[in-house]
Design a protein around this ligand. Structure first.
Ligand code: NAD
Ligand code: TYD
Length: 351
């Protein structure tokens, strides 16, 4: 007997695959529909372990295609939506901002409209959970934390597109009464992370003896959360969050990029049986990212106090698990770094 049908968008991507796994395994009474366009960042290999489960279905669809999205909603009649599909890499947003407007803004509005279309006569038991980022808040100086009340001040085309999508989500609640919740999470890391992002890129480069490119002076600060802990927070907010509310998700875990990469080098040397100090020699300072936000840091008090949320691992533990996963899944890394990745890498890191 199916208790709920939940449509998860972007479920073949990094975070989405962990959310799909969490829901498929934890809720056998739910039907989980993973809707994904399988862009360069989407990979069904991420879900090999659960793809044959009877409560899991995959649908290939592009959220920018309004007509197709309405058809999918009418066919599957979801009670809940957890929306993660997005263009997610800041550097790509600098070279191709329009792709971010299309997927992150127009795609989100298409999903909101499709949900409104099938739910409008009865919102009882329905919920649209929009997964967003702390980057919408812009940058902090040396001190302070982002709270749910911090004004939006995005700087990159990526964060501007996510901020815009967050505004549309709230507009659908205010205008049509659509039952929404929003989570704004800090930087994630963990298994299946696409190696265009700092941590998996450095793991890949250490394995291949290539330079570790650090933008600017490396003093930029990010707040890192293990991806499985983000999936657990989404589960909690999806089920127990107040309709209409936002929840910041993070682990009070700030690292300057240079210190983080040094810690990664230390752990990689140990795990690869190399003398300490080997990988750190690969660190190379390269030209800075335009509009680079200095510091992100999340105040996760609300989700902790209201919903009892706490991350399950420390950063050192999460990083160790992450490195182990990459060392045990080098085929995955080889597959995603062949083809188009090489071209992207050449253009992004030229000169
Ligand atoms: P990702 O790039 O790894 O995955 C995105 C997924 O969306 C891929 O499977 C891709 O195929 C799919 N997708 C892209 N365009 C699509 C389209 N037009 N139609 C349907 N599917 C499409 O991203 P991620 O890092 O897993 O991020 C997931 C979500 O979480 C995003 O909304 C992102 O903004 C948000 N977020 C990410 C982080 C982070 O650190 N990665 C932190 C906070 C919030
Ligand atoms: P990234 O993983 O791209 O996440 P985001 O930009 O969403 O925070 O980058 C994390 C930090 O690492 C950010 O300050 C930019 C920096 N960075 C580098 O120094 N070198 C790199 O090659 C990359 C990809 C990122």
């Amino acid at each position: 007997m199916i208790k709920k049908r939940i449509l998860i968008t972007g479920g073949a991507g990094f975070i989405g695959s962990h959310v799909v796994r969490e829901f498929v395994n934890k809720y056998p009474e739910y039907q989980i529909v993973n809707l994904d366009a399988l862009t360069y960042a989407g990979n069904l290999e991420n879900l090999k372990d659960i793809e044959d489960k009877s409560n899991y279905t995959f649908v290939k669809a592009d959220i920018t295609n309004a007509k197709h999205i309405v058809e999918v909603f009418r066919e599957y009649q979801p009670d809940g939506v957890i929306h993660l599909a997005a263009e997610s890499h800041v550097d790509r947003s600098i070279s191709d901002p329009l792709a971010f407007v299309m997927t992150n803004v127009i795609g989100t509005v298409n999903l909101l409209s499709a949900a409104h279309d099938i739910w409008k006569d009865n919102y009882e038991g329905k919920r649209f959970h929009h997964v967003s980022t702390d980057e919408v808040y812009g940058t902090l100086g040396e001190t302070g934390l982002f709270t749910e009340n911090t004004a939006y001040d995005p700087h990159s085309p990526y964060s501007a597109s996510k901020a815009s999508s967050d505004h549309f989500v709230r507009a659908y609640q205010d205008t049509y009464g659509l039952p929404i919740v929003v989570t704004n999470c800090s930087n994630n890391y963990g298994p299946n992370h696409f190696p265009e992002k700092l941590i998996p890129l450095c793991i890949h480069n250490i394995l291949n003896g290539k330079p570790l490119p650090i933008y600017g002076d490396g003093k930029f600060t990010r707040d890192w959360l293990y991806v499985v802990d983000h999936a657990k927070a989404i589960d909690l907010v999806f089920h127990q969050g107040q309709i209409g509310d936002s929840y910041n998700v993070g682990g009070f875990n700030e690292w300057q990029n240079i210190d983080l990469v040094k810690e990664l080098c230390k752990q990689m040397d140990e795990k690869l049986g190399k003398p300490t100090g080997t990988s750190v020699q690969l660190i190379t300072f390269v030209k800075d990212r335009p509009g680079h936000d200095l510091r992100y840091a999340i105040d996760a008090t609300k989700i902790n106090k209201e919903l009892g949320y706490e991350p399950s691992v420390t950063f050192e533990q999460g990083l160790s698990k992450t490195i182990d996963w990459f060392l045990n899944n080098q085929d995955w890394l080889d597959n995603v770094t062949s083809g188009g990745y090489q071209k992207y890498y050449e253009i992004q890191y030229q000169g």
